[in-house]
Structure formats: structure tokens, C-alpha cells
Design a protein around this ligand. Structure first.
Ligand code: UD1
Length: 366
């Protein structure tokens, strides 16, 4: 009998993680029947559909159409809808990825129905419970039957939390599977010409964490830092809808747009965005995934957070934690512009084969 597997994605950073898994599961058609569920946590064309086109992800078999709401309401709505799907489809396993609300909601429903859960990107910890993602990760891991870990710090974290090592597999990074598989297409993107940018003469910025963009005080600090950076190098800033909403609410958008060397643009698709990173001088971000992508591409990354759940990007990669400190940002920008930043290396098992390992493990044990 074929095993039925539900693969869940809901928000932008999930799509590049499920793409290689769906592709790999499809090679085992005699063993597995795959149903792909999109919760609809993200729904704008630039936050969802464009990734399906860019990454050639099949249309979801089931779309839950949840949309935005407070954490409790969004999580509860996903749970209610996903429970109905799970009861109807009777899967043998669900696969969740990353750390968004959809990840936690679907893992919780599944484990209460005594169905097995696999968590891809398990074990990452920022040790910062003010981040919603940290709560999502910790609970999802405690519920999971298969924990697929992307960097070695995850092994230590799960051990410390008392999770049985028989359930834990160090498999590498599925985001890097997607990045390496798409490099030939990324190289052909014309996005630099479209925005009149020259290779290594600009930096890319993305900021969307509540801790950075939800209050006027932090937006003001960011404006001050970016104003100083923009005196040294051109900045391109694809702006997340959450940040746009907050900048409008707190009347900051025009202040950012007025900075001469800062180009504010709409969110970009995967191919164009990675091309922008790949050819940039450096990246400024508060995203988790971009810390990993810049490490893989050997592009310096200044992470505007106090901590990271991805310490390998600091120890082995090109990442620096800078918080919102103008002094730190300007120090590293100076180093980078003088070619004095660390060169970095690619972390263990970030070799484009993580999804292969995951599906092989599941094919042997399900
Ligand atoms: C979510 C994830 C975060 C991830 C980020 C990547 C959680 C708790 N957070 O944060 O981990 O880094 O996605 O993008 O799951 N909105 C739109 N269109 C959309 C989606 C959202 O306009 O397609 C706006 C809505 O106003 C919404 C706000 O963005 O209220 C925030 O969206 P939400 O999904 O709640 O969280 P993100 O900040 O996107």
C-alpha cells in the first residue's frame, strides 16, 4: 500500500523549502502518494504565486485560504481547516517546514490525531522567546516524529531539550537545494539592468521582523542607520507588506523614500531576488533564510538582530550580527568596502542533496 503524505506550506519562506521535497517525493511514486497543502497564510501574488512560477512548484492540491490575522486567530483558523483535511485524507505522515504559524498549527493538529509529523529545518534556536518563530520551532520539534536538521547546532539544541536522538537526522539544508538547482536560471535574470544597478556597487536590504519595523522608535533608529549606509553605497530595498503597512501607519515611508541612494521596490520573486543578492556587495537583513543564502553565495551579510538561530552562518559563513547599532553597521560596511570582511565557507551538507536524504530516510522507515 502506498503511504499518503501531506506536505504543508503557508508563507513565503516555506515555498523554497517544499519545492525540492515535492520534486524528490515524485521520484518515489510507487511508494508515496503526495498531497500538497497551501494554508494561504501568505496570499499576495508577490508573496506566494510568483514563487510557484519561479520554482515550478505544482499547484496546491488543497488550498485553505486562511489569510492574515492575529497569531491566535491565524493559528486557530489553520488548525480548524487542517483538521478537516487531515480527517478526510487520512495521511500516514505530514511534512512541515520552517517556523511560521502554519508549521506549528499543522504539526499540532497532526500529532493530536496520532499521525506522524516530520519537521524539516528542526533544531534551530535563537533562545529568544519574544520571536514568534522561536515558539513555533520549539513546540513543533517537541511534537515531531522525524526531525530533519540543517546545521549541527540543531543536534545540540535537540539533545539538550531531551529529544530522542533516534528521531533526529542531520540532512543539510533544503533551501540550499533550491538555490543550487536554480543557479543557471538565476544567472540569466536581468534584474540588475531593470533597476540600473552595477555588480558589487549596491547592497540589498530586507527588514520585516516585528522587533524592527512595528514601532516608530525602531523605524527611526533604522532610518538613521540606513541614512549613514546610503552615503557610502546604493541600497535596494524590496519592501515586505508588513513593513509597508507599518511605515504607512507610522508615517515613515516618505522619510525612507527621500534617502537619495535608497531604492524602495515591491517584493521580488525568487529568481530576481537571489540574483540581486548574488551580485551585491553585501546584504542587510533580519530574515533567517537570507543569512543562509548569503553564506552559500559568499556575500557578506549584516543581520539586524540581537541573535540568530543559524549560528553556522556566523561561525563558518559570511554573517555578522549587528542589531540596530549604527557603529557596528558602519564598522562592517567599512571593512566590506575595503575587502577586509571574512570570506566564509559553505557549511557541512549544504550540498544540494538534503531533500534526497530526507525522502530516502522516509522511504526506508515509513
Ligand atoms: C511571516 C512569518 C515569519 C516570516 C515571514 C516571511 C509567522 C509568525 N511569521 O511573517 O516567520 O519570516 O512570514 O515573510 O508565521 N501581508 C500581506 N500579504 C500577504 C501576507 C501578509 O499584505 O500575502 C501583510 C498583512 O498585513 C499581515 C502582515 O503582512 O497582517 C504580516 O503577515 P503575517 O503572515 O502575519 O506575518 P509576516 O510578518 O509575513
Amino acid at each position: 500500500m502506498k503511504k499518503r503524505i501531506l506536505i504543508v506550506a503557508g508563507a513565503r519562506p516555506n515555498f523554497m523549502k517544499v519545492a525540492p521535497l515535492i520534486c524528490e517525493f515524485n521520484k518515489y511514486k510507487s511508494r508515496f502518494e503526495i498531497l500538497f497543502v497551501h494554508t494561504g497564510q501568505h496570499y499576495d501574488f508577490e508573496m506566494s504565486e510568483i514563487f510557484f512560477q519561479d520554482l515550478r512548484i505544482p499547484k496546491p492540491d488543497i488550498y485553505l485560504n486562511i489569510g492574515s490575522a492575529s497569531h491566535a486567530v491565524q493559528t486557530a483558523k489553520i488548525m480548524m481547516a487542517f483538521e478537516r483535511v487531515t480527517l478526510r485524507e487520512k495521511p500516514d505522515l505530514i511534512v512541515v517546514v520552517g517556523d511560521v504559524n502554519s508549521t506549528l498549527a499543522c504539526a499540532l493538529v497532526t500529532s493530536k490525531l496520532n499521525i506522524k509529523v516530520a519537521h524539516v529545518e528542526a533544531g534551530l534556536r535563537s533562545f529568544d522567546r519574544t520571536m514568534p518563530e522561536e515558539i513555533n520551532r520549539t513546540i513543533t520539534d517537541s511534537l515531531s516524529d522525524y526531525l530533519f536538521v540543517s546545521e549541527k547546532s540543531g543536534l545540540e539544541n535537540l539533545k539538550r531539550e531531551g529529544i530522542n536522538s533516534d528521531k533526529v537526522y542531520f540532512v543539510g539544508n533544503v533551501m540550499i537545494d533550491t538555490l543550487s538547482a536554480n543557479l543557471p536560471i538565476i544567472n540569466r535574470s536581468d534584474i540588475l539592468n531593470e533597476y540600473g544597478l552595477t555588480k558589487r556597487e549596491y547592497c540589498v536590504m530586507t527588514l520585516h521582523r516585528p522587533s524592527n519595523v512595528d514601532s516608530p522608535a525602531t523605524l527611526s533608529e533604522l532610518l538613521d542607520v540606513l541614512s549613514a549606509v546610503s552615503e557610502r553605497i546604493k541600497i535596494i530595498y524590496p519592501i515586505h507588506p508588513r513593513t509597508m503597512k507599518m511605515m504607512n501607519k507610522h508615517k515613515f515611508l516618505n522619510k525612507f523614500k527621500k534617502l537619495e541612494n535608497l531604492l524602495v521596490v515591491d517584493p521580488l520573486g525568487y529568481i530576481d531576488f537571489i540574483k540581486l543578492i548574488k551580485e551585491s556587495k553585501f546584504v542587510i537583513t533580519d530574515s533567517g533564510g537570507i543569512q543562509e543564502e548569503s553564506t552559500f553565495l559568499a556575500v557578506p551579510c549584516l543581520t539586524m538582530r540581537a541573535n540568530t538561530e543559524r549560528p553556522v552562518t556566523i561561525k563558518k559563513g559570511t554573517n555578522y550580527l549587528v542589531g540596530r547599532s549604527k557603529t557596528k553597521v558602519l564598522k562592517y560596511v567599512k571593512d566590506i568596502l575595503n575587502s577586509k570582511s571574512k570570506k566564509g565557507s559553505i557549511p557541512e551538507l549544504w550540498d544540494g542533496k538534503a531533500a534526497k536524504r530526507i525522502v530516502k530516510i522516509l522511504s526506508m522507515s515509513l
